[in-house]
Design a binder for this molecule. Structure first.
Ligand SMILES: C[S@@+](CC[C@H](N)C(=O)[O-])C[C@H]1O[C@@H](n2cnc3c(N)ncnc32)[C@H](O)[C@@H]1O
Length: 504
């Protein structure tokens, strides 16, 4: 998940400036930026970013391949019997393909970046080393446009100014380029968050002028084609929420495509998108191996359904149900479905619903449940149902085969707001509950809590765990954990071992 850049002042974060760690990194993904020859050298894996001391984005300057938190993770999983926990270092620099940046300062000296730690002062970060280089190129062009067109950056205290934030996303899926050149030559979708109610407000002349400036200087007619498209988002609220509800496509291609997990994925600027495209792809390819062919899958916290749809194709799933609370993701899901291979036989659906409300209704009929919650972790009601899954199973098995007239309003609403892509292949309805739980986590602290709670119920055991370096330079890691129903072989063995030691 994307880092939360715009939080209110927080307690100071521990900065790690030099750590020469000697723990071996079990697995290293190298595709575009090869890791240095000696992966344990702190200097060869250094961030080397001039903004490190002032910018709040990164907290670890050396050993980017080895976030400090990984030692804790290795110990945590080791205690739970996972001896083969792997950590994929992924790309260490230029990994961020999606950035939300604040625009402050003045029209003659615009600042585009992140807040300084614990303040509301924006730090200009034109040479950020985590950004895909074309994000920095787009920021440079945007600054030029602001200065030339006299665009006023937002003033938080007064609520005045034109441009509040910019979201810049890079697509690395230009099929007109050879594969090896696609990442480096990614084009950027620029979303300008404008301080007005709509495209009819008084200051939108400048918005159009700025969009035309970006297109004219970075569009397809230029030698270096940088800009994929320009969007506007309208936001006048004085709170911390970056985006308003109104989006307008201004210039360039409307649809933004990426290729992740073996499928073409459409991502609207309003929909959730992973910041580290390459690392997410590695995670998905690992995840696919844990889903049996032909399984029924429910993808909770699904966003635009990238995980579920990639499983529908790679694992030939019988059915895939995606559940997501943000209705903006629906459009991206529909477009992605349109580009799936024609031989996909799954029954696929996307539901605009809150996964915390009656979670059993979503779990029912699936062999595998995939959860990818925000940083705060799973909703308590879902943890509760998963902790008591045998009792839920018993309860549901006693229910009549089909509920004829569904009356529960939240279920009816979710049905209304859903998209159903039925296939000609008729699959038998399945009333079982999942035997496998795949947990993708971007919040290490909440994951530990959820994991301990699930294991304490004795309904689940941990089967495998892997870590991914989604946010090099920070203390965040992404975890892929696979749980299976029941107590698991290691618990049984331990018990057996204890019995044998007892004196007769
Ligand atoms: C970490 S993102 C994962 C999105 C998606 N799996 C992906 O990788 O593209 C978490 C998603 O959960 C959604 N979400 C948050 N709370 C939810 C809830 N109670 N029910 C359903 N979706 C929720 C958010 O809107 C967001 O799209």
């Amino acid at each position: 998940m994307a880092l939360c850049f715009f939080s209110p002042p927080a307690p100071p974060i521990r900065r790690i400036t030099c750590q020469a760690l000697s723990v071996a990194v079990p697995s290293v993904a190298v595709e575009v930026a090869p890791l240095p020859v000696n992966p344990n050298s702190s200097l060869s894996c250094a961030l080397n970013c001039t903004h490190f001391q002032s910018c709040s984005g990164c907290t670890q300057e050396y050993n980017l391949h080895h976030p400090v938190v990984i030692d804790e993770a290795i110990g945590f999983f080791n205690k739970l019997g996972i001896k083969d926990f792997s950590f994929d270092s992924c790309r260490l620099w230029g990994w961020r393909c999606r950035a939300k940046l604040a625009v402050r300062g003045s029209s003659t000296n615009p600042l585009i970046g992140l807040y300084e730690e614990g303040t509301h002062t924006v730090v200009d970060i034109p040479d950020c080393k985590s950004h895909h280089p074309n994000i920095n190129a787009a920021v440079q062009l945007l600054k030029k446009g602001i200065i030339e067109l006299n665009v006023e950056p937002y003033d938080e205290d007064q609520g005045t100014g034109d441009l509040r934030y910019v979201q810049i996303a890079v697509t690395t899926h230009d099929t007109s380029l050879p594969i090896l050149e696609r990442y480096k030559n990614g084009k950027v979708q620029v979303s300008l968050v404008w301080n007005s109610r709509s495209e009819n407000s008084a200051n939108t002349g400048k918005l159009n002028a700025l969009a035309n400036f970006l297109w004219g200087n970075g569009g397809p007619k230029r030698k270096v084609h940088l800009i994929h498209s320009v969007w506007a988002n309208f936001q006048t609220s004085s709170n911390n929420i970056i985006f308003g509800n109104r989006w307008r496509h201004l210039l360039g291609e409307r649809d933004f495509w990426e290729h992740i997990g073996g499928i073409d994925v459409s991502l609207a600027p309003s929909s959730f998108g992973q910041a580290n495209t390459r690392a997410f792809d590695s995670l998905l390819r690992k995840l696919q191996k844990y889903v049996p062919e032909g399984a029924s899958v429910v993808d909770l916290y699904a966003g635009a359904g990238v995980i579920g749809l990639s499983l529908a194709v790679s694992r030939k799933c019988r059915s895939v149900k995606c559940v997501e609370v943000n209705k903006e993701s629906r459009q991206s899901f529909e477009k992605t479905v349109e580009r799936l291979p024609t031989n996909v036989e799954s029954n696929i659906s996307w539901h605009h619903a809150d996964a915390s409300i009656e979670p059993t209704s979503w779990l029912l009929g699936s062999d595998v449940v995939v959860v990818d919650p925000p940083r705060k972790g799973l909703n308590p009601s879902l943890v509760k149902e998963l902790r008591h899954i045998s009792a839920v199973e018993l309860r549901t098995s006693k229910r009549p085969e089909k509920v004829k007239d569904e009356k529960r309003p939240w279920i009816l609403r979710a049905r209304e707001d859903s998209i159903q892509i039925e296939n000609t292949t008729v699959h038998e309805e399945n009333q079982s509950l999942p035997q496998t739980l795949i947990y993708i986590s971007c919040g290490w602290e909440s994951f530990k809590e959820d994991c301990s709670s699930l294991l304490a119920s004795k309904e689940w055991h941990l089967h495998k765990a892997h870590g991914f370096n989604f946010f090099p330079g920070t203390q965040s890691i992404e975890i892929l954990a696979v749980f299976k129903r029941g107590r698991g072989a290691s618990t049984k063995k331990k018990k057996l071992g204890k019995k044998q030691k007892r004196p007769h």
